[in-house]
Design a protein around this ligand. Structure first.
Ligand code: UGA
Length: 439
């Protein structure tokens, strides 16, 4: 099929290359000209395992191209809208201006019978509004909502082998036509037996925000338990293992530590609360405010723990921060808990050295006040404390004996429960982690 993908950020770029991989002819439309050129040259503008290979393969097959001109989307049977919906400045609500303007300008090249597919995360009610816009300007065109559940670090795998397909469709025969087109786009994925949920716009939009809210709640739940563990002397890691054996609960997303960040979970729960308020249903989601509070408290507690380890004062202390991306296998520093902690330590008088296997360039650009170095050893040189704040494999596998030679004091704070406490303690380190006894 001929497909266009409007917006080639994280979601769109991976989606475009994946659709070409599935055998479609794809044009990615990206208004940021340098980014479109980078993609067209086969270079990934962000760190994502497997993406650059997929991009190069798809370009080489001749089935993928990029453009900054919306006119090049003309003639595609299906148009995916993949632009961002960031949090509005100073408000909880999502900023819909990119989705609205992308859809609006798409209608200039859209023809009857073509399908617009929204993939961006939007407040419930948006799809119905955009459907009116689309059909109002181009009678006979269709709109569907097909949320995306990819995780950074696993984006290619999640796009080519999703655990479900959700179609939010218009009523009646338009819905049947839209479904047939989506099934054709995803023929390979459907043939794999991937579960499909075929529903209305509102449910499809809510599936996405409900899923992210549930994940955020699960993380904050275990972090609330970590607070209680600190008060009682219990161990949150063992607690998570033990409750996780109950398959109604499950062990995934029960890793206590610095909490969630990134471009999705924090802004999505806030936008969900804002939308519930607009709908007069704010009480239903007041618990998400607490989920957010618990999450933000983790960062403050980590700074306190660092101060404790530094004998009550951060002034003039050398602190190594290992990890700055909001999660491993990503260079994304949006709302990164690790960087937030690093910046607070620096503001409170510590000399902070940060290193991250993928995000160093992004930190230098966004946080010029932080000293960024290339290796864990450089960061830890003569350090009074080492903080592991993003659980990259490189940091998990550090040898505590050799690493102990470079620091001034063998004090490690494990913000992601990434290290084996016993091995580090055996190598003479004092070990601290949120929700766990000191070792
Ligand atoms: C999240 C969802 O997991 C995806 O399903 C969704 O498609 C995506 O948002 C989106 O809306 O686009 P992502 O932001 O890539 O994906 O990151 P997650 O893997 O969900 O991790 C989010 C944060 O939670 C990270 O900072 C991570 O360190 C933290 N986390 C995760 C924990 O603190 N504990 C855990 O047990 C798991």
């Amino acid at each position: 099929m001929d497909i266009s993908v409007i917006g080639c950020g994280y979601l769109g770029a991976v989606h475009a290359a994946s659709m070409a991989q599935l055998g479609h002819d794809v044009v990615g439309i990206e208004v940021d000209v340098p980014k479109a050129e980078l993609l067209a040259s086969g270079t990934a503008p962000f760190h994502e395992p497997g993406f650059e290979t997929l991009l190069k393969d798809s370009l080489a097959s001749g089935r993928l191209r990029f453009s900054s001109d919306m006119a090049d989307a003309a003639g595609s049977q299906v148009h995916f809208v993949c632009v961002g919906t960031p949090q509005k400045r100073g408000e909880y609500a999502a900023d819909l201006r990119y989705v609205e303007s992308a859809t609006e300008s798409l209608t200039d090249v859209l023809a009857p019978g073509e399908l617009v597919v929204g993939k961006s995360t939007v407040p419930v009610g948006t799809a119905a509004r955009l459907a009116e816009l689309v059909t109002g300007k181009v009678p006979g065109a269709l709109l569907a909502w097909n949320p995306e559940f990819l995780r950074e670090g696993f984006a290619v795998q999640d796009t080519l082998h999703p655990d479900r397909l959700v179609y939010g469709l218009p009523a009646g025969t338009d819905g049947d036509t839209a479904r047939a087109l989506l099934d054709e786009v995803y023929a390979t994925i459907v043939a794999d037996g991937t579960p499909q949920v075929v529903t209305d716009y509102a449910t499809a939009e809510m599936v996405k925000t409900a899923a992210n809210s549930f994940l955020a709640t699960k993380i904050s739940f275990i972090n609330a338990m970590a607070e209680l563990c600190e008060a009682t002397g219990a161990d949150v890691k063992q607690l998570a293992d033990a409750i996780g054996y109950d398959d109604r609960i499950g062990r995934k997303f029960l890793n206590a530590g610095l909490g969630f960040g990134g471009g999705c979970l924090p802004k999505d729960i806030r936008a969900f609360m804002a939308r519930a308020g607009e709908l007069g249903a704010d009480q239903a989601l007041t618990f998400l405010r607490e989920v957010d509070n618990i999450n933000m408290r983790r960062r403050i507690r980590m700074v306190e723990l660092a101060r404790e380890v530094c004998d009550g004062s951060l002034l003039g202390k050398r602190i190594a921060v290992l990890g700055a991306a909001f999660k491993p296998d990503s260079d994304d520093i949006r709302d990164s808990p690790a960087l937030n902690v690093a910046a607070q330590l620096q503001l409170q008088g510590a000399t902070v050295r940060v290193t991250d296997p993928a995000a160093n360039e992004n930190i230098r650009r966004s946080w010029p006040q932080l000293e960024v170095v290339e290796t864990a050893e450089e960061a830890a040189h003569r350090a009074d404390a080492v903080l592991v704040l993003t659980e990259w494999k490189q940091f998990r596998e550090l040898d505590p004996v050799a690493f102990g030679q470079v620091v001034a004091r063998k004090a490690v704070l494990d913000g992601r429960q990434a290290l084996d406490r016993d091995t580090w303690v055996a190598a003479g380190w004092s070990y601290r982690a949120l929700g766990r006894r000191a070792g």
